[in-house]
Design a protein around this ligand. Structure first.
Ligand code: SF4
Length: 244
C-alpha cells in the first residue's frame, strides 16, 4: 500500500500516537482492521447523515435515508445486526428531533480540506459545515460511539484543532467554532477557532511526520489490549503473555 509520507491527516497521526507499529501495519503494509458492529454502525450513520443533509434536510425523511444507507457488514448474526440497527435508529430519531430546532444552514457535508506547509501536506474531511445567521461558521465532527471519555477537554482535541486550522488555511473561514457532536448522547461540545494554538497543532503533526519519515516504529504495548491486530502482530504484548 502506498501512503505518501509527506501527507498528514488526523487518522494517521492518531494511529501513530496509539502505536507506531499499528501505523506501519495500516499505512505501510496495508493491513485492514475489518468492520465490527460499532464501526459498521458508524459508517451507516455517517452515510445516512451525509445523504440526508445533501438531498433533503426534512427531518421526517431521515430514517428512510438510514434504511437506504444501512451497511450489513461486520455483524455476526441477523439478531446482532438488528440490535445495532435499533441503536442507530434511536440515535437518529433524537437527531431528527434536534433538526426541527436547528438555527444554522448546512453549507456542506464530507468536505475535504487540503493545505501545504512544505514539504508537508495536510488533509482532512469534515463531516458537516454550518453557517450561522450572524455569518460565523461551525465545523462539526460526528461521534457515534458510546465509549466516550467526557473528562477529556474538547479544547485539547487534536482532531478539532486541525479542522479549525484547515478551515482557516484552506477556505479562509476565520470566525467560527469547531464542534464534536456526540450523536449517541444528543450532546455537542464546541470550541472557538481562535482557542486553538495553530503552531502547536501543526508541530504535533510534523514531529510525528518526521518520525514516520525515518521509519521510527517502536511498539507501544500499552495499546495492545484494545488493538484490532493484537492476535496477529508479532509485537503484541498479549501474544507474548499467552506464550509465557
Ligand atoms: S498489537 Fe500492540 S504492538 Fe502490535 S500494532 Fe497493536 S498495539 Fe502495536
Amino acid at each position: 500500500m502506498y501512503s505518501d509520507v509527506y501527507e498528514l491527516n488526523f487518522s494517521k497521526i492518531k494511529t501513530y500516537q496509539e502505536c507506531p507499529v499499528l501505523y506501519k501495519l495500516k499505512y505501510i503494509e496495508g493491513k485492514r482492521e475489518g468492520l465490527v458492529p460499532a464501526s459498521s454502525l458508524g459508517v451507516s450513520i455517517h452515510r445516512a447523515l451525509e445523504a440526508y443533509h445533501k438531498e433533503s434536510n426534512d427531518p421526517s425523511e431521515l430514517l428512510s435515508f438510514y434504511d437506504d444507507c444501512w451497511l450489513g457488514a461486520g455483524y455476526s448474526s441477523a439478531g446482532e445486526q438488528m440490535e445495532w440497527y435499533l441503536k442507530g435508529k434511536k440515535m437518529l430519531e433524537t437527531y431528527a428531533q434536534r433538526e426541527y430546532e436547528r438555527k444554522t444552514m448546512v453549507d456542506s457535508t464530507e468536505r475535504e480540506f487540503i493545505f501545504e506547509q512544505k514539504p508537508w501536506t495536510f488533509r482532512g474531511k469534515i463531516d458537516r459545515i454550518d453557517k450561522w445567521p450572524d455569518g460565523s461558521w461551525e465545523v462539526i465532527d460526528y461521534k457515534t460511539g458510546t465509549d466516550i471519555d467526557f473528562t477529556q477537554e474538547v479544547k485539547d482535541s487534536l482532531q478539532l484543532g486541525i479542522y479549525a486550522v484547515g478551515a482557516r488555511r484552506a477556505w479562509g473561514l476565520k470566525n467560527g467554532r469547531a464542534t464534536l457532536y456526540f450523536v449517541a448522547y444528543d450532546k455537542t461540545e464546541s470550541v472557538p477557532f481562535d482557542a486553538f494554538d495553530e503552531e502547536k497543532i501543526l508541530n504535533t503533526f510534523i514531529d510525528i511526520g518526521k518520525k514516520i519519515e525515518v521509519n521510527d516504529f517502536e511498539p507501544n504495548p500499552a495499546h495492545c489490549p484494545q488493538c484490532p491486530f493484537n492476535t496477529r502482530c508479532e509485537h503484541s504484548a498479549l501474544a507474548k503473555q499467552t506464550q509465557e
